[in-house]
Design a protein. Structure first.
Length: 343
């Protein structure tokens, strides 16, 4: 029977404590529904871009955004399929979360992720029948040899049974991290195991009531330091299977990403209160992005706004004018040095 081996270190405990505090802020922040939709969509795009980029997909975040918007851009068929498949699966997480995560669910996720991606479509959603290795294709150095094909059915059965067993005291973040690593270790499919593992971790978090608003992009953390991501996965000794070091890395990633969301939410929440005081109901998406830019850089000019959206200076001044009216921003200086700061 599968039983993960790890120790709750001071680092893990500190990460989990910070995560819990940030989650409370995010879940209870007063946000206008329109803003929630915008933040959620941005996280979806960043996750899809990052997770496929880790596996070598060449598309930029802007190209991913265009594909998500339904635009037909000139890119390789496989690269396009990888992104669209990942977006579809991520969007489907709330529906999948209604049921337990069974082997059938995992195979379905892999089948949808790898549709029109694998050369042999018969390998989509089907456990591998050949031995594979993980390593550097250029040097030929093997860094990891997964279990043999004959071991996979039993390992996956035990893995699914562990996850679905009653465990009221199980921490959702640790569980997601354990599932992520164990799935990668088993490596049940010929290809696409990494993106399936990352999807599985997101599904576990959602099912356990973590980030129910779906605001944060954990895959962005992995993509920002791919060598660190792979080192953390490879830190587990094949003899002991002690995943403590991996869980330190995983919980730190969740902490970093959810803290970024928290800071963003705090800034927007202040604006919600100001708009309520002024009797307004919402800002446009452009105005929301202007406020976020000021929150990040402390100030913004009309030229910055014009460049941000590709609009004229006059249009930029109109956008800023609405924020001045509701006391979200205040002007500083005149002439070339004129800019706006938070009220």
């Amino acid at each position: 029977m599968f039983k993960p081996v790890f120790t709750i270190t001071e680092a893990i405990l500190k990460n989990l404590t910070t995560i819990a505090s940030s989650v409370v802020t995010v879940e209870n922040a007063p946000l206008i529904p329109k803003w929630e939709v915008s933040i959620r969509q941005e996280a979806l795009l960043r996750n899809a871009h990052a997770s496929t980029a880790i596996e070598g997909n060449p598309l930029t975040l802007d190209q991913v955004s265009q594909l998500a918007a339904g635009r037909n851009i000139m890119v390789q068929r496989k690269a396009k399929a990888e992104v669209l498949n990942y977006l579809k699966v991520l969007q489907d997480i709330p529906r999948m979360a209604r049921d337990s995560i069974s082997e059938r669910t995992i195979c379905m996720i892999h089948r949808e992720l790898m549709h029109d991606v694998l050369d042999n479509s018969a390998e989509c959603g089907v456990y591998r029948s050949v031995q594979v290795v993980v390593g550097n294709r250029l040097t030929g150095v093997v860094s990891f040899r997964p279990p043999s094909p004959r071991e996979i059915p039993k390992l996956m059965e035990e893995f699914a049974a562990w996850h679905n067993a009653p465990a009221a005291d199980r921490n959702s973040v640790l569980e997601a991290g354990i599932c992520h690593y164990e799935f990668v270790r088993i490596h049940p499919f010929v290809d696409g195991n990494g993106r399936t593992a990352r999807t599985l971790a997101s599904l576990v978090l959602f099912r356990r009531g973590f980030d129910t608003k779906r605001f944060f992009a954990l895959d962005d953390y992995y993509d920002s330091d791919r060598p660190g991501y792979y080192r953390a996965l490879q830190s587990v000794s094949p003899d002991t299977l002690d995943i403590t070091q991996w869980l330190e890395y995983f919980t730190r990633g969740v902490m970093v990403q959810i803290e970024q969301v928290r800071q963003r939410i705090i800034g927007l929440s202040l604006d919600v209160q100001k708009m309520k005081d002024f009797g307004q109901v919402a800002l446009t998406e452009r105005q929301m992005k202007i406020v976020e830019a000021v929150n990040k850089s402390q100030k913004i000019t009309a030229g910055d706004i014009a460049a941000m959206f590709g609009i004229s200076r006059q249009s930029a001044l109109k956008e800023a004018g609405k924020l001045l009216e509701i006391n979200v921003l205040t002007p500083v200086g005149k002439g070339r040095g004129a800019h706006y700061i938070r009220k």
